[in-house]
Write a protein that binds this ligand. Structure first.
Ligand code: F6R
Length: 244
């Protein structure tokens, strides 16, 4: 595991941005796995900056998103389709055909998830996967007790996740209770993984995930088994990780 400690959210975003930028410069047709949520917003700003100021070319990059709410249309302002268009896709030079996001309105979720797995394989796997971490240790929407062998599938969100997500919705009833997500085995097949975490509220779970036992009770702990994991934290979290 490579651990990068930063002094601020801006620095965390810049470091992550540099790694993604270098990866695209090295491989124009990079297969890039993306996350949503508040953590990677700064990284996406950095990528937009790299496009505008340095002309970084995204035209051949292939994008796969980790997850999507189930039962929500892509035009819905709370969908992850909408989030990605708003924060990244509408601001860089991409080929719309190279964007893969799970369809929250699929009528046949098993077939759709299989198709998604097939697409990842067809593109020869994810080169670089960006991850955030939930307060309960989820990555993607793989909630505690998800199998380490899990693949892309429909899942029930747990109480804490529904509560955490409710900040974006007008009422508790509107918060989706299910989601489609890449599985833990799918995520672990990415050649390189960048895990980003910022803020004191993530300190406890980061310590558990990176220094505690590898257990399905803490889905992110599986990352300890990855051979090319880069963790970028802000300094508020780092002492907890370093002094085990
Ligand atoms: C989002 C995702 C989630 C988030 C996690 C942290 O696509 O897969 O696992 O990364 O819930 O969310 P934030 O960054 O909002 O704290």
């Amino acid at each position: 595991m490579k651990l990068i400690i930063t002094n601020s959210y801006d620095e965390l975003s810049q470091k992550a941005g540099q790694i993604v930028k270098q990866a695209i410069l090295k491989k124009a047709d990079l297969v890039l796995g993306l996350a949503t949520g508040s953590t990677p917003i700064g990284l996406y700003k950095e990528l937009v900056k790299a496009r505008n100021k340095e002309g970084l070319d995204f035209s051949k990059v292939i994008f796969f998103n980790l997850d999507e709410y189930f039962g929500i249309a892509s035009e819905n302002k709370n969908s992850y389709h909408y989030f990605m268009q708003k924060h990244l896709f509408s601001k860089i030079n991409i080929n719309q055909k190279s964007i893969f996001i799970l369809n929250g309105q699929t009528k046949n979720e098993a077939k759709h998830c299989q198709w998604y797995e097939g697409k990842i394989k067809e593109k020869k796997g994810i080169d670089l996967q960006i991850l955030g971490i939930g307060a309960n240790g989820h990555i993607g929407f793989n909630e505690p007790r998800s199998s380490f062998n899990s693949r892309t599938r429909l899942v029930n969100l747990n109480k804490q996740t529904i509560k955490d997500n409710s900040r974006f919705f007008s009422s508790m009833d509107d918060v989706p209770k299910k989601a489609l997500t890449m599985g833990l085995a799918t995520i672990m097949e990415a050649k390189t993984i960048i895990l980003l975490a910022f803020g004191k509220h993530k300190a406890k779970i980061i310590k558990k995930a990176l220094t505690g036992p590898i257990t399905e009770k803490v889905p992110a702990s599986v990352l300890q088994n990855h051979s090319d994991l880069i963790v970028i934290l802000d300094k508020k979290l780092s002492p907890i990780v370093i002094h085990r």
